[in-house]
Design a protein around this ligand. Structure first.
Ligand code: NAD
Ligand code: MG
Length: 307
C-alpha cells in the first residue's frame, strides 16, 4: 500500500528546493596563486566539501574505500560522503598536504568510521603497491577504489611543455591509476567498485592542457576496457568527468590566474561547482543499487553537456 505522507521524510540536502545558480559563490574570485599541490585551507572562498551539508543514509554501510587525493577537493568530498554513508575510508595524498588531510581524518572519525591516512607519492610504482597493501591491512580489505589524484599544470605552447612535466602528468594521472588498480585487483571481492576521475577535458581539450587532457581521455578508455575485463569477477568500473570545480588544483597552476578569477563563468549555471556537489555521483556509482552500471562516464559540468 502506498503512503503519501511527505512530512515523515527529512530532506537529504539543505539545498533542496533552492536555485542551483544561487547556492554557491559566482565569479569574479580573488587572485590566489599557490604552489602545487596547493591547500584547500588557503582558498578564498573556502570550498564546500560537504563538511556541514552532506547527510548520509547508510548506502555504503560496511564498505571499505581507498581514495587517492582524498585530502582536498573532489576526493575530500567523496571521503566525507563515504564516511557518512557508513564506509571506512583510507585516503592518500602528498606529505605536504598533511594539514588538509588531518581535517578529513577528523571528519571521517567523527562519523565513528575508521579513518586511515596514507601519505606518499603515487608517481612511484613501489609506493602504489605499498599503498594498496597498507589500505587492505588497515581497513581489513578494500571494496571501493577511487583513483582520483591528479596533476594539472598549464603550458601556453608545446614549446613550453617540457618532457619532464608531460611525464609527471602521465605518471600521476594514468600510470598511478594502472599501478594502484593492478595492485588492488587481487583484493577486490565480487561487488567491488572502481571509480576513476576523468574530466570534461577528455572530450573538450583546452589548448593549454596538452598533457593533462590526453591523460583524462586515457582514463576513460582504461575505464571502459577494464570494465569489460573484470565483469567476470563481479567488479564494476566507472568514471566521473567533472567540469569546473572549485579546488586547489586550479589555483596552483592548473589554470592561468586570469582564468581562476573568472572560473566557472562559462558554465550555463554561471559558476564553478563545489566539491560537495559531485560526491553523490561517486556514492551512487559505488553503491550496490547500481549493480548493472559499469563502463560508464558520468559528467557533472554545470550544464555544458560535454558528455
Ligand atoms: P585537488 O588538488 O584537491 O586534488 C588533487 C589531489 O591529487 C591532491 O590533493 C593530491 O593529494 C593528489 N596528488 C597529486 N599528485 C600526487 C602525487 N604525485 N602523489 C599523490 N597524490 C597526488 O583537486 P581536484 O580538482 O579535487 O582533483 C581531483 C581530481 O579531479 C583530479 O583527477 C582532477 O584531474 C579531476 N578534475 C578536477 C576538475 C576541477 O575543475 N577541479 C575538473 C575535472 C577533473
Ligand atoms: Mg590536496
Amino acid at each position: 500500500m502506498s503512503q503519501n505522507n511527505s512530512q515523515s521524510f527529512v530532506a537529504t540536502s539543505p539545498l533542496t528546493g533552492k536555485d542551483p545558480r544561487e547556492v554557491y559563490p559566482r565569479p569574479p574570485f580573488e587572485r590566489q596563486p599557490q604552489d602545487p599541490p596547493g591547500l584547500a585551507s588557503k582558498m578564498v572562498p573556502l570550498p564546500d566539501h560537504g563538511e556541514k551539508s552532506y547527510r548520509g543514509s547508510g548506502r555504503l554501510a560496511g564498505r571499505k574505500a581507498l581514495i587517492t587525493g582524498g585530502d582536498s577537493g573532489i576526493g575530500r568530498a567523496v571521503a566525507i560522503a563515504y564516511a557518512r554513508e557508513g564506509a571506512d575510508v583510507a585516503i592518500n595524498y602528498l606529505p605536504e598536504e598533511e594539514s588538509d588531510a588531518q581535517e578529513v581524518i577528523a571528519l571521517i572519525s567523527a562519523e565513528g568510521r575508521k579513518a586511515i591516512a596514507l601519505p606518499g607519492d603515487i608517481t612511484d610504482e613501489a609506493f602504489c603497491q605499498q599503498l594498496v597493501s597498507d589500505a587492505v591491512s588497515k581497513l581489513g580489505g578494500v571494496d571501493i577504489l577511487v583513483n582520483n589524484a591528479g596533476r594539472q599544470q598549464f603550458a601556453e605552447s608545446l614549446a613550453e611543455l617540457s618532457s619532464e612535466s608531460f611525464d609527471k602528468t602521465f605518471k600521476t594521472n594514468v600510470y598511478a591509476m594502472f599501478w594502484i588498480t593492478k595492485a588492488a585487483m587481487s583484493h577486490l571481492p565480487p561487488g567491488a567498485a572502481i571509480i576513476n576521475t576523468s574530466s570534461v577535458q577528455a572530450g573538450k581539450p583546452s589548448p593549454i592542457l596538452l598533457d593533462y587532457a590526453p591523460t583524462k581521455a586515457a582514463i576513460i578508455a582504461f575505464t571502459k576496457g577494464l570494465a569489460k575485463q573484470v565483469a567476470e569477477k563481479g567488479i564494476r568500473v566507472n568514471a566521473v568527468a567533472p567540469g569546473p570545480y572549485w579546488t586547489p588544483l586550479q589555483s596552483s597552476g592548473g589554470q592561468p590566474m586570469e582564468k581562476v578569477v573568472k572560473f566557472g563563468e562559462d558554465a550555463p549555471l554561471g559558476r564553478p561547482g563545489q566539491p560537495a556537489e559531485i560526491a553523490s555521483l561517486y556514492v551512487t556509482l559505488a553503491a550496490a543499487e547500481s549493480s548493472f552500471t559499469s563502463g560508464q562516464v558520468w559528467c557533472s559540468d554545470g550544464g555544458s553537456g560535454v558528455f
